[in-house]
Design a protein around this ligand. Structure first.
Ligand code: E4P
Length: 226
C-alpha cells in the first residue's frame, strides 16, 4: 500500500520525503487555503519534492470550467493528478478526461454506488472518506472494505485511496483490506513510526554501547563517530 500525505505544507512534505516512504500527496482547497501562499508556486514546489502522484483539486461544478481546470492542472507538472468531486458533472468530466488519457482522482466518495460510478467513468483513483463517515456514526472502514471487494470482483483498475484517515488503525485496516493507497495528515504519518518501547530500547542500546566501548578493542572508525 502506497503512503501519501494529505497536506499542502512544504515542511511536512519534505520531512515525509526524507523518510523514503512517501509515494504521493493529496491536496484539497481547504489544505491549500491553510498555507496562505500563491497557488501555482506552492503546487509546483510540492510536485518537485514528491516522487509520485500529487492530487490537485478542481474548484467548480461547471462541466466546461472543470475540463479547463483539469487541463491547467496537468500542465503544472508531470506528476500533477486532477482531483474532481463525485457529482454528475464531475463524472462526466472524468469520462472525457479519461478518454484523453488524463488521470483523475475522484474525491468525496461516501458510498459503494458512487465508487462503482467512478470506476465506470474511468477514474484513475477513487477516494472514499473514512473519517468523515465515522464522524456521522457510519463505519468508514466498512465502506472501504466494500469498495475493495467490489473492485476486485469486477476487475476495475481504478486505484482505491483510503482518505480522511484519523489514526493509525485506519491505516493498518486499509492495508489489510487491500487498499492501494492511504493518505493521511502528517500527525498520523508520524504516529505510524512512534512506539515508546522503540524509543526506550534504542536509548538503552546507545547507553550500553557507550559503556562497553572501552572494552571492545579496535572499532571501525564510523563507530567512533557520534
Ligand atoms: C483526501 O484526498 C482529502 O484531502 C482528505 O483525506 C480529507 O480529509 P479530512 O476529512 O481530514 O478533511
Amino acid at each position: 500500500m502506497k503512503l501519501f500525505l494529505d497536506t499542502s505544507n512544504l515542511d511536512e512534505i519534505r520531512e515525509g520525503a526524507r523518510w523514503g516512504v512517501l509515494k504521493g500527496v493529496t491536496t484539497n482547497p481547504t489544505l491549500i487555503a491553510k498555507e496562505e501562499q500563491d497557488f501555482l508556486p506552492l503546487v509546483k514546489e510540492i510536485c518537485s519534492i514528491v516522487d509520485g502522484d500529487v492530487s490537485v483539486e478542481t474548484a467548480s461544478d461547471d462541466p466546461e470550467v472543470l475540463l479547463r481546470q483539469a487541463h491547467d492542472i496537468v500542465q503544472i507538472a508531470d506528476n500533477a493528478i486532477v482531483k474532481i468531486a463525485l457529482t454528475p458533472n464531475g463524472l462526466s468530466a472524468v469520462r472525457k478526461l479519461a478518454d484523453e488519457g488524463i488521470k483523475v482522482n475522484v474525491t468525496l466518495c461516501f458510498t459503494a454506488t458512487q465508487a462503482i460510478l467512478a470506476a465506470e467513468a474511468g477514474a484513475y483513483i477513487i477516494s472514499p472518506f473514512l473519517g468523515r463517515l465515522d464522524d456521522v456514526a457510519t463505519d468508514g472502514l466498512r465502506l472501504l472494505s466494500d469498495i475493495c471487494e467490489i473492485y476486485a470482483v469486477q476487475g476495475y483498475e481504478t486505484q482505491v485511496l483510503a482518505a480522511s484517515l484519523r489514526h493509525p488503525v485506519h491505516v493498518v485496516e486499509a492495508a489489510r483490506m487491500g487498499s492501494d493507497i492511504a493518505t493521511m495528515p502528517f500527525k498520523v504519518f508520524e504516529q505510524l513510526v512512534k512506539h515508546p518501547l522503540t524509543d526506550a530500547g534504542f536509548d538503552r542500546f546507545l547507553k550500553d554501547w557507550e559503556g562497553a566501548k572501552p572494552h571492545l578493542g579496535e572499532l571501525p572508525p564510523s563507530y567512533l563517530e557520534g
